[in-house]
Design a protein around this ligand. Structure first.
Ligand code: DGL
Length: 262
């Protein structure tokens, strides 16, 4: 039993898509969210840079007393989580592109993965992808430019739609019937993606699965918050609180969004 907060970090606002699933499933839990928007996009950085940024975020969450850390970023998970686990005692939950359910369900045997350059280049992504590639064609597509657009709140502008079309069209030409969102920023593009994709193409993202995993680990380690106090959520960004706020203002919970230098 622990009333300490769950820590969550991402390169920016995208990880709030995961944070929302956690908050929905575990409404009693306090949370601290770090949006490292100053350093976004992580996906264009080297593995060493991604690791150093992940360490910086982890240290801050530990200073704030977090009992578990969610790496709400595919790029940081695939490039840094094994080092983080080796270096710190706190449990870490990460997120990786959900290739497995897509590969199992695909009828056309063709699955598209939209993710950052850093995720697609990682060895963790490659080994997961190879494990499920049996008889399945996996089309890897870098989503270059999408994270900066989302970070500036442009989720449904013409520029975003055009860029998405450039990435999606070649995947559709190859008969993709499942599109895996391999970046926690991309769930915010789902309404736009639905307007581009034919009805038979299913979008797969792993936010809910991550939240279930957080719950399972807290239970296993006896760290669930069993009090009936209403939860407190503190969200920090090192750039613009208004932007972060605009991504969480649909959540009915006690939360504060603040600017912090980190
Ligand atoms: N949300 C991060 C992810 O899931 C975005 C990475 C980036 O900043 O490029 O990969």
């Amino acid at each position: 039993m622990s009333s300490k907060p769950i820590g969550v970090f991402d390169s920016g606002v995208g990880g709030t898509s995961i944070w929302k699933e956690i908050q929905k499933l575990l409404p009693n839990e306090d949370t601290i969210y770090l949006a490292d928007s100053k350093n976004a996009p992580y996906g264009e950085k080297s593995q060493e840079e991604i690791l150093q940024l992940s360490i910086k975020n982890t240290e801050l969450l530990l200073e704030k007393g977090c009992k578990l850390i969610v790496v709400a970023c595919n790029t940081a998970t695939t490039n840094a989580i094994s080092n983080l686990r080796a270096q710190y005692k706190v449990p870490f939950i990460g997120i990786e592109p959900a290739i497995k359910p897509a590969a199992l369900q695909s009828k056309s045997k063709t699955v598209g993965v939209l993710a950052t350059k850093g995720t697609l280049a990682s060895s963790l992504f490659h080994s997961t992808s190879e494990n499920h590639a049996n008889g399945i064609k996996i089309i890897e597509q870098e989503g270059t430019g999408l994270v900066p657009l989302i970070e500036s709140g442009k989720v449904a502008t013409e520029e975003t739609i055009n860029l998405l079309n450039t990435y999606i069209s070649p995947m559709l030409e190859q008969d993709m019937d499942h599109l895996v969102l391999g970046c926690t920023h991309y769930p915010y593009l789902i309404p736009t993606l639905k307007s581009i994709l034919p009805d038979h193409v299913k979008i797969i993202d792993s936010g809910e699965a991550v939240a279930r995993q957080v719950k399972a680990v807290l239970e296993k380690k006896d760290l669930l918050n069993t009090s009936n106090n209403s939860a407190i959520h503190e969200l920090f960004t090192n750039i613009n609180p208004q932007v972060l706020e605009s991504f969480v203002n649909d959540v009915e919970a006690t939360l504060s969004v603040q600017r912090l230098d980190f």
